[in-house]
Design a protein around this ligand. Sequence first.
Ligand code: TRP
Length: 347
Amino acid sequence: MNKIILTGDRPTGPLHIGHFVGSLKERVRLQDSKEFDEIYIMIADAQALTDNYKDVSKVRNNIIEVALDYMAVGLDPSKSVIFIQSLIPELCELTFYYMNLVTLARLRRNPTVKEEIKLRNFEENIPMGFFTYPISQAADITAFKATTVPVGEDQLPMIEQTREIVDTFNRLYKDTLVLPEAVLPNNKNSLRLPGTDGKAKMGKSLGNGIYLKDSEAVIKDKVMNMYTDPNHLRVEDPGKIAGNVVFTYLDVFATPDHFKKYLPEYKDLAELKAHYEKGGLGDVKIKLFLNDVLQEVLRPIRERREELAKDPDKIYEILKAGSKKAQIKASITLKEVKEAMGINYFN
Ligand code: TRP
């Protein structure tokens, strides 16, 4: 059986370093591993509309932002098919048939949906499009016969839901759909990067993210204002590591090379942490170090992004070509699904 990747993002804003460590880096690694026969990366505009249908221009304008972020981090359209969800009408048809296989009670139990309903105060007034997006996500995954879905941990309930739909479909009709597996990024610290303010989630509306397109000055400003240990007032005071965002980010980004280059007086992160806990190490010093590290990681990405952004027509051409390819693949699956169900009346 072919090894196939499908994954994607909602285009509701440019992508940030949480996306980078939580999924983008892993996608590029998988892409370049050459272990996969096909790779599909979807810009999930239709899904984004399920909670942004009043602000279509936001979704529209962010399609190119996300595409630029993808290519800037190293997703390569000659290796990965990058496409736009709404250009694949087959996904809607598949969703319609899968709706029969899922109950209201089951959707209500989906932890991610549950959390999002609470977050948005929807209660009983939840729009059906939003409520049923896990079913449409199952269509996204199965349309491409994906075996592998690289995602952040918040997406695990979606993959679980998809697997149930696949099982039900295959049992009820005929063995047609492929059972997908989720892959999480392998660095445990990067499962979910907190915001610069210490809040659990990094997000545009919270204003606590560092974006791949941020300038050098903006990054520095965000780092220097980062949440650390509020009780670490004087340099001599002992400081706390847990919940200290600077150390959380250093855990994820700092390498031995960074220490050699920017902070040679410390052997490694363990030594830096020990000094901070003992007292005598100021926040400015650790922030300047983190700034050096982040600038080094983000500079090449930003430079590539600026280069690509000079020719937006070319980016749209890439998306158009990718969507054509993706549509052909999805149409084959839809045909098989209809055959399996016995709604292929004229063959
Ligand atoms: N739900 C994903 C997000 O919020 C986007 C998405 C849509 C997706 N369809 C998908 C991810 C299929 C993986 C597989 O970013």
